[in-house]
Design a protein around this ligand. Sequence first.
Ligand code: NAD
Length: 506
Amino acid sequence: MSETSIASLVAHLPSGGATVPVINPSNSKKIYDLPQLTTVDVERAVQSAKAAQLDWQAVPVVLRSQILYRLHDELLANEAKLLDLLQLETGKSRAHAFEETAGAIGAARYYAKIARKTLARKRVRAGVPFLTKTFVDHVPVGLVGVITPWNYPLALTMLDVLPALAAGNAVVQKADNQAALTVLFARHLAIEAGLPEKLWQVVAGDGEVVGNSITDQVDYIAFTGSTATGRKVAERAASRLIGCALELGGKNPMIVLPGADPKKAAEIALAGSFGSAGQLCVAIERIYVPNSMKSEFLQQLKQKTESLLVGRSSDYSIDVGSLTGYNQLQRVQGFVNDAVDKGATIVAGGKSLPEVGPYFYAPTVVTDVKAAARMSRQEVFGPVVDVEGYDEIDTAIEWANDTDYGLNASVVGPKKDALRVAEKLMAGSVNINEGFRASFASMESPMGGMKTSGQGRRNGEGGLLRFTEAKSIGIAAGFLKLPTRGKDYERMAPLMKTMLRWMRNF
Ligand code: NAD
């Protein structure tokens, strides 16, 4: 992206204050200086968005949907630019940037399609038929705060911002410093598609300062990031009694069943573990295989992992890209070194690749990770997967569930057996013969985490309705007066009892 294009995107942010340099992870060169907003800037963004929301709420849902359809077309038409930007900011491969972009386009289509029906006034069963009628409306909460991380800036933005807008809200979004350009470009495309400019405000800056300021002023907060930060956001939201959606970390297991083909299972594990260099909340980090299959599976996985092409390229020739910066490299190296110090064995990878670029790390397979190793329970969030053997399937299920997290899980093997195991796994999504894409790509299936992996679900009708307040409208039907005094009740009671008996069966 040219310097002029970057400058025009960043022009949305107030300038003149502090800035931070944003580094291209593939070569560690500075891309540009990003302004860091203050709480005063956030307050201004909030006021501006609130004012715009009043008009937006009155726009018929069908017209809001049309804007989303146009945004869908803009995203498709600008696909190459989006892929370039995602690669520039995150260092991911073209293929993984494409997967993310496809997800964002799917979100625009989905919310454009379902908004009208989902938000329409619904007649519901009355307390006592003929005496009253009842309807339910879904009205916008008002101003929605969205806080997004750096790993999937486009998809995660679309999954929260678009349903919030479709429901009639305004949005103030805090983009992560590392991925603000992608978010600003997505916003630019939404404005091109007809979205009122002030309705979606993007801000950037210190996580705590800007994040707190947003949480303190909005009517609902949708947060995606680590469990540690999610807790802080939840506490702040709770003290204001505002709604809160949390999409947090995972320690996602895959169970390979006895009847599985080790070669196919290894291929599934490869895609499940190393997508976006493992910097993906739903990526597989632990694999449990039958001990009888372990050595063959490990051999297959080693060979496939070592054949992955790691590097940077703006075409599809590369399989896995870079880690997104110095901190990520330190983090991943720290987890692997700690595991090895405590007795784990490296099967593949296990090293940085400075000859490829400053923050590249080889896709890594480890085994015999001891309970004392940090990676046995903590999220690595990198291209590292631990393979362990089991004798009984119940043991594998117990290990899979023995975690504070519950975001995603995978089962590989004969479908019927896999379904039975899936039912016993405590995770918000379970993918069969796939790592995460089967459920992740479905806009109709709710996505989110059990236990400390989050609260609430995005996607599906619920993904839209969480940004609304349900409002019930009850109407006295008119032709039979509702009772007021004791004697009225005495007269009405036999009729009402007949009604209650009748209603049992309808
Ligand atoms: P993070 O929690 O450090 O940061 C996430 C966002 O929160 C950033 O924009 C950051 O600036 C902001 N932030 C920081 N402190 C804040 C505060 N006190 N109040 C409000 N906002 C604050 O997470 P990260 O390291 O950027 O992202 C990686 C984590 O996100 C991983 O744990 C990963 O599993 C998780 N994640 C979850 C999902 C999901 O859908 N469940 C998706 C992507 C990433």
